[in-house]
Design a protein around this ligand. Structure first.
Ligand code: ADP
Ligand code: ZN
Length: 223
């Protein structure tokens, strides 16, 4: 059983790396941001509660974030473990998490702020399958259309200059101290988030003491 936390500033590729590791190790990937976005898209009661907060780039309340994580983890479908992305994001959430679960490691994706803006402001998502594109590094074959499913590419509502400024401030002020808490427990493995996704993935595996992934074992997400 492996239990990992993946942390990193906006645009550092947490979701991409978490999905790759989860596919290979049969871990459940839990993205708190994805759960909130799903609720917004599907017009649930929770979605209505968090929509404006998220669009402004602000953090959702701790009680709600914690209950989302608790509910997800009590499903106990994670026989081989989990990798959680987007949580904990402030010291209170870190305390809650450390009281409830013992973890094997925290992966920190390290990216300079200058690169963050470039990545986030050029990010597009497929509205249908959620596939992630970057108009600079990996643009779709047909502009505005998903290579995988042909769906329409959209911009996340919080990938604007204004909301990004709020998110970056919160990351440094609230999430920075979480990394310090984990560092004191010697859980943190820091990896440079500037290279290509496959290179970063191999570095993560090396830091975690896992064997390199075999190309034939990788899922279609990197095909
Ligand atoms: P990013 O890390 O790029 O800001 P995420 O997809 O992880 O994006 O999160 C998107 C938004 O979801 C956050 O800006 C916040 O509003 C909300 N959110 C996600 N995780 C948490 C959390 N642990 N606590 C509070 N709000 C959260
Ligand atoms: Zn798609």
């Amino acid at each position: 059983m492996r239990k990992y936390v993946i942390m990193g500033i906006q645009g550092s590729g947490k979701g991409t790396q978490a999905k790759m590791l989860a596919a290979d190790l049969d871990l459940v990937h839990i993205s708190v941001g994805d759960i909130f976005r799903w609720n917004v898209q599907n017009h649930t009661k929770m979605g209505a509660q968090v929509r404006r907060t998220m669009a402004a780039g602000e953090l959702v309340g701790d009680d709600l974030a914690e209950s989302v994580v608790r509910d997800r983890l009590t499903q106990h479908d994670w026989n081989f473990g989990f990798i959680i992305d987007g949580f904990p994001r402030d010291p209170r959430q870190a305390e809650f998490f450390l009281e409830s679960y013992d973890i094997d490691g925290v992966i920190e994706l390290d990216l300079p702020d200058s690169e963050v803006r470039r990545r986030v402001l050029n990010r597009r998502l497929c509205g249908d399958c959620g596939m992630d594109y970057n108009l600079i590094a990996n643009s779709p074959k047909v502009p505005g259309r998903c290579d995988m499913c042909g769906g329409e590419l959209i911009t996340r509502e919080d990938d604007t200059e204004e909301a990004l400024a709020v998110r970056l401030r919160d990351y440094h002020d609230q999430t920075g101290p979480v990394l310090e808490i984990f560092r004191r427990k010697e859980y943190v493995y820091t990896v440079d988030a500037r290279p290509a996704p496959e290179v970063i993935q191999q570095q993560i595996r090396e830091r975690l003491g896992l064997p390199p992934s075999q190309p034939e074992n990788r899922g279609s997400e990197v095909a």
